[in-house]
Design a protein around this ligand. Structure first.
Ligand SMILES: *Cc1c(COP(=O)(O)O)cnc(C)c1O
Length: 408
């Protein structure tokens, strides 16, 4: 008989996954059993500072009291209606999310990839209905090294071979240009272009921050050429960079905004396409949908997330703690860190490859009670919950220093 989960050790549970769980991830060997704030605890009761925060799905920390309260209250009242009926939570969620982002209309979905897929559909329909692109010819211009999710259409325009190989045939209609290159964009955008779809900061690529002026340039170019600017802020948005949205660093408002991850408060999957009225207005009944999109539980949690961001407290924290993070990383430059890119409470840290791969550094940090994740090669990503304290952050940087010293 299989022992109940609570009677099994971390090692047992890791072994038990192998024959029954798809091998599409290579997790660090830690089995988390409970969590609060910036801290998680494994099956054996060891505590770890969570410096990944669910790839920014946990911007407000694990089980933020206001979010847990909103979820509990909603669980006791109404959880699912489908969009066949109205529910009493969706109007407020859409109103407040639109107001928070400076846009007009919300299309609620569940996962990030669904928001991207939905944004692509909206942009294509806009190209045919409003711009007048001949049927079937709309293109979307994207950036190399992008990460927008894992569906067949989305991996069609990935430049990461491991994300694509074996999954064709691919969806046509995408043009790939180098990131942070306005001249290449200028060349690629033509009369068939529905949209330019980019991440304002490329997260999975290693927290790649474009030059100052790039986002302003994308905004100017898309407006001048008559196509949409679709910003994927699924990872960069909702407080992470010290602003509600990363595009705010250049005071840019896109036509279409894609949100996910932190929008669900670390509790339920919640994503959204948020757009100008003239753009979202192209969708009519029956043309798009989702059984779970906009469900009352998601709307209640999403509204509570918007409520936290309306205070500005988390954006401020990300800004202030970002200084601590950059200071700490600056001190490690040349001492195991070869370079880093940081904005707000988010950093991609390049470790000297001689000291180990990003994976090896992550494993050593794990043994010292810090959870991070490598991205590519020798780059690790730091993205703690925005609720982390300055002392916790300094302590984590101290542990990184120690791990790099020991590796040298
Ligand atoms: C995580 C992510 C996605 C995909 O979100 P899922 O919820 O995993 O489908 C899309 N775009 C960006 C920028 C992301 O970071």
């Amino acid at each position: 008989m299989t022992a109940p989960a609570h009677a099994r050790t971390s090692a047992d549970l890791i072994r038990a996954e192998e024959p029954v769980l798809a091998h599409n991830y290579h997790p660090l060997p830690v089995v988390v059993a409970r969590a609060e704030g910036a801290w998680v605890e494994d099956v054996e009761g060891r505590r770890y500072l969570d410096m990944l925060a669910g790839y920014s799905a946990l911007n407000f920390g694990h089980r933020h009291p206001a979010l847990i309260q909103a979820a509990h209250d909603q669980l006791d009242r109404l959880t699912l209606t489908s969009r066949a009926f109205h529910n009493d939570r969706l109007a407020e969620f859409a109103e407040r999310l639109a107001a928070l982002t400076g846009l007009d209309m919300v299309l609620p979905m569940n996962t990030g990839a669904e928001a991207v897929e939905s944004g692509i559909k909206v942009a294509r329909k806009w190209a045919y209905d409003v711009k007048g692109v001949p049927d079937g010819q709309a293109t979307i211009v994207v950036a190399a090294d992008n990460f927008h999710g894992r569906t067949t259409t989305i991996v069609s325009f990935s430049t990461d071979e491991s994300a694509r190989a074996g999954f064709g045939p691919f969806t046509p209609g995408f043009k790939i240009v180098p990131y942070n290159d306005l001249a290449a964009l200028e060349e690629a955008v033509d009369e068939t272009t529905a949209a330019v779809l980019i991440e304002p900061i490329q997260g999975e690529a290693g927290v790649i921050i474009p030059d100052a002026g790039y986002l302003t340039g994308v905004r100017e170019l898309t407006r001048r050429k008559g196509c949409l600017f679709v910003a994927d802020e699924i990872q960069s948005g909702l407080g992470r960079t010290g602003r509600t949205l990363a595009v705010e660093h250049e005071s840019v408002v896109p036509d279409v905004l894609l949100l996910g991850k932190a929008l669900g408060g670390g509790i339920v999957p919640v994503s959204a396409v948020v757009a100008r009225r003239e753009v979202m207005g192209v969708l009519g009944p029956g043309e798009h949908g989702s059984t779970f999109g906009g469900n009352p539980l998601a709307a209640a949690v999403g509204t509570a997330v918007v409520g936290l961001l309306e205070t500005g407290e988390f954006q401020r924290r990300a800004d202030e703690l970002g200084l601590v993070l950059r200071e700490g990383l600056e001190a490690l430059r040349g001492r195991g860190v070869t370079g880093f890119r940081a904005r707000g409470l988010w950093a991609g840290v390049d470790v000297d490859p001689a000291l180990g791969t990003g994976r090896e550094i992550s494993e050593r940090l794990m043994r010292e009670g810090i959870l991070v994740k490598d991205t590519h090669g020798s780059t690790i990503r730091l993205a703690p919950p925005l609720t982390v304290t300055a002392d916790e952050l300094r302590s984590a940087l101290g542990t990184l220093e120690k791990v790099l010293e020991q590796a040298g």
